[in-house]
Design a protein. Structure first.
Lengths: 341, 533
């Protein structure tokens, strides 16, 4: 690494001293570049935000209409105080980006969250070459190998169909931003009506104008009758597991769509009827493939199984270290720590 | 193995008893007989012995997956299950092989005496020939750790549906020492005139903990009471001069307790054939010894003279299930009891004692005795309806166990370990300490008693208050106080604290207590004094 690192970690987040900006800060700062609109990366209170066009609607909805937000296209090169900055598709959710920072020929890359497989919703991942890579590793263990998404959606559709035949609702837990829309893209609507929790209904309304498939659904309200739900698919955020909200929907079969469902223990612990292995993060193979494509000399891991993954990278001949951040990666429900801290 | 893997997945994916039975019946209706027999055997806990060391499996799997062993080990600590870790790190292959379960079981048996190189080649080939799910089931069989969320009761219900037979009949046929290699599904469960096995025990009748005021049980005259002894439940069978002893886990343990086949036991010489139900109890000079004494004999196949002297056992008999070939289970308890008393007297064996009835005419008086059970080295009182038949399995109503309240000690958590199975990747197993001066001395581990929500809270505390890491174990700041409940306590030279607890578990988290307010080692010693008198 050069004498003065281009990006460094401080109490507020990832800071670029030369450009005087932060990337995904966890405290309010003057200028914040945002990889994607999930709450652990796009936080409230900064003076100026810079993000992709695709992130705009959700960021305004979540952080307030009055935030000062400037948007860029993918691959568009900006100069901030002499530092070259560009955003590149990360394949994580709609509008998600890896942020590339260049100064005097030295390139740093902040991946944010990402996945390589094209899910048909997020702009497909593009590798970016760099000298130093700051990467997530939420699923940085060799036991995480995602099945093909088509086979997972076949399973989801079959599960829904068989519940509908038994006259009971299919309650599927998925993140309201990203995974929920991915599910809408691939379900078979001929099976029955689709209902949503308010959080997902609202996100869908915001995203519909920039989405080229149908995100419509009926919102669960106090007026929703049980009879309407007997062949329905209901999509809700993971925080609704075992809530008073979900109790009113009985009888239902409970499904959870998450990368953590690859672990039998995680699924059984939540007493879910079905676990579907579906993640918007890179699995083991994808993490390693991304690093090979980016060809960094130095790697900094931020969240996930950082200690194990960092050791593995050092074994592979990279110069890798880990940094503490407040990013959480994927969680099965919002009250639980996902990986190691 | 497809049918069986499918059955496993279906059962693994549901919490509903009805769905589990449905899946079992469907499996029994569809699968070939040889697979059905093996499935029944596996579900009944008849597992083949491990034919490969797990260390070898770790090495081979890591090598085949192209990862270093340390990475495999670290992954295993997160997954919390060896079979699953192996199944997950190997390259995906969903081809699925067509070999039957019986075929795979024969494969495992053949492995046993092969040289390591051959074992490795065979297992590597097997791993790559089956899907991830089949691989998981295969590994469970390979490591001897196969378990499925199906109780004996559920399996009996499914078999009785499939065979259209009475449940009690099915349960009885499943008892005993049959081996899947030596019988067939037909022979075991269908053929009626199968030769009667002299060793065959009856399914045990198990009681629930009393869940209401004793007064609510009605007239005391309808009930019979005796102490609940703290040993291991056993069935002693004497038929035609051969003696067999069974544990509640349906394990034949005759060899481990030679007291009952000894020349002086007076058992095999008896005029009568009989089946006794009772408690195998460490016992000397007319009174029971602490359970810890018996622990030195559990799991030990060959017992020497010294052990027999140090930890002598008797059968504390409390029921008679069969006398001279006649099944007595449908006759009322009071009648069985009268026959039992007569038989025990006639036997006059030094290793069979009668569990005496407690005379009582009011529930209040009985409660006094119950509360003081520890004074007679018992763990409570058993209540049995006088007219009750001997049922199969755990049933409510006729029999109740009325256990004495547990002993309680407040300890500070000092270590936490990641759990296994459904607690994988969660710090769920804790070590607790009490004070000795300014030092915290570990005195017990406990794994159960917390709700899932509480366990997640403790997990978060552990992750944020780690001092040091040792593989899957972390030492943590001594800040959280827990109330530990346990059934008994005895001195032990094997533990640093000098005490060993019986059945410790977490009663509650003491958020209201500071670490300094936890108990002292001296308090544990006082408990021992109190109990041993």
């Amino acid at each position: 690494m050069s004498q003065k690192p281009l990006l460094k970690f401080n109490d507020n987040g990832i800071f670029c001293p030369k450009g005087d900006f932060y990337i995904d800060p966890w405290r309010p700062v003057k200028k914040a570049l945002i990889t994607h609109a999930h709450a652990d990366h796009a936080r409230f209170g900064s003076d100026h935000y810079l993000a992709t066009k695709g992130s705009k609607a959700i960021m305004r909805y979540r952080l307030g209409d009055n935030i000062k937000l400037e948007t860029v296209e993918y691959n568009e090169i900006l100069s901030i105080n002499g530092v070259k900055v560009s955003f590149h598709p990360a394949g994580h959710i709609t509008g998600s980006a890896q942020i590339r920072v260049e100064y005097k020929g030295e390139v740093w890359l902040v991946t944010g969250d990402y996945k390589l497989a094209d899910d048909g919703v997020a702009e497909a991942f593009e590798p970016v070459k760099c000298n130093t890579m700051i990467t997530e590793c939420t699923f940085g263990l060799p036991v995480f190998n995602w099945p093909d998404q088509d086979s997972v959606f076949d399973e989801i559709n079959q599960w829904w169909q068989s519940n509908a035949r038994e006259g009971k609702a299919s309650l599927l837990m998925a993140y309201s931003l990203g995974k929920a829309q991915r599910i809408f893209r691939h379900i078979n609507r001929e099976i029955g009506p689709v209902y949503t929790h308010g959080a997902i209904f609202n996100s869908n309304e915001i995203l519909q104008p920039q989405t080229n498939f149908d995100l419509s659904s009926q919102r669960i309200t106090s007026e929703t009758k049980k009879a309407e739900l007997k062949n329905a698919l209901i999509i809700a955020p993971p925080s609704a597991i075992n809530s008073s909200w979900s109790k009113k929907l009985k009888p239902y079969s409970l499904g959870i769509a998450s990368g953590w469902m690859a672990l039998r223990g995680a699924r059984r612990r939540r007493a879910a009827d079905r676990g579907f292995i579906l993640s918007d993060h890179a699995d083991w193979k994808e993490l390693n493939e991304t690093i090979q494509l980016s060809q960094p000399e130095n790697i900094i891991t931020t969240h996930g199984y950082t200690d194990i993954f960092t050791k593995w990278l050092n074994d592979q001949g990279y110069n890798a270290v880990q940094e503490k951040t407040l990013y959480t990666g994927e969680m099965v429900d919002e009250k639980e720590d996902g990986g190691e801290k | 193995m497809r049918y069986f893997t499918h059955l496993f997945l279906t059962i693994d994916q549901t919490n509903s008893t009805l769905k589990k039975i449905e899946a079992l019946v469907r499996f029994l209706d569809e699968a070939p007989d040889c697979d059905k027999l093996w499935a029944v055997a596996l579900l009944a806990g008849k597992r083949p012995k491990r034919s490969v060391r797990t260390n070898q499996l770790r090495e081979w799997a890591a090598e085949l997956a192209g990862i270093p062993l340390w990475l495999f080990e670290d992954s295993y600590h997160v997954v919390g299950d060896l079979a699953e870790t192996i199944a997950s790190v190997l390259p995906a292959d969903d081809s699925g092989s067509d070999r039957s379960l019986a075929d795979w079981m024969a494969f495992l048996k053949n492995l046993k005496d092969k040289p390591d190189e051959d074992k490795k080649a065979a297992i590597n080939e097997a791993w790559l020939s089956i899907s991830k799910h089949e691989r998981f089931v295969f590994n469970k069989l390979l490591t001897g750790g196969f378990r499925m969320g199906v109780s004996q009761k559920l399996m009996v219900r499914a078999l009785s549906k499939h065979l259209n037979e009475d449940e009690n009949m099915v349960a009885h046929r499943l008892m005993g020492n049959w081996k899947p290699e030596e019988t067939s599904f037909q022979k075991l469960l269908v053929e009626k005139d199968a030769e009667e096995d002299l060793s065959k025990p009856y399914p045990f009748y198990l009681a629930y903990q009393l869940d209401k005021e004793a007064e609510k049980l009605g007239n005391t005259a309808d009930w019979s009471a005796e102490y609940k002894w703290d040993g291991i439940r056993g069935q002693l069978i004497q038929r035609e001069g051969t003696v067999h002893l069974w544990s509640r886990g349906e394990e034949l343990i005759t060899e481990r307790f030679p007291e009952f086949t000894d020349e002086n036991s007076g058992i095999h010489q008896s005029q009568h054939d009989f089946v006794l139900d009772g408690e195998i109890l460490p016992f000397r000079d007319g009174e029971p010894l602490p359970f810890q004494v018996l622990q030195t004999r559990i799991g030990r196949k060959k017992v020497g003279k010294k052990t027999l002297e140090k930890a002598p056992v008797i059968l504390m008999a409390y029921d008679l299930l069969e006398l001279n070939g006649e099944d007595l289970r449908q006759t009322p308890f009071s009648e069985r009891r009268a026959k039992l008393e007569k038989l025990v007297k006639e036997l006059n064996s030094p290793v069979i004692q009668l569990s005496e009835l407690i005379e009582f005419n009011s529930w209040k008086k009985l409660q006094k005795l119950q509360e003081n059970s520890r004074e007679v080295k018992a763990e409570g009182i058993m209540l049995k309806q006088k007219k009750s038949p001997y049922l199969v399995g755990r049933k409510k109503g006729d029999w109740w166990k009325w256990k004495v309240d547990p002993l309680l000690i407040d300890g500070v958590m000092i270590y936490a370990m990641r759990g296994h199975g459904r607690r994988a990747n969660l710090y769920s197993d804790y070590t607790f300490a009490v004070w000795k001066g300014n030092e915290l001395i570990p005195f017990t581990k406990a794994y159960s008693g917390l709700t899932d929500k509480e366990m997640r809270e403790v997990d978060r505390f552990v992750k944020h208050n780690t001092i040091e890491r040792f593989g899957p174990v972390r030492s943590v700041q001594p800040e959280m106080v827990f109330e530990i409940a346990f059934e008994g306590i005895a001195r032990s030279s094997r533990h640093k604290s000098g005490v060993a607890l019986r059945f410790p578990r977490i009663n509650r988290i003491r958020y209201d207590k500071k670490p300094a307010e936890a108990n002292k080692l001296g308090d544990l010693e006082d408990l021992i004094e109190m109990i041993e008198g």
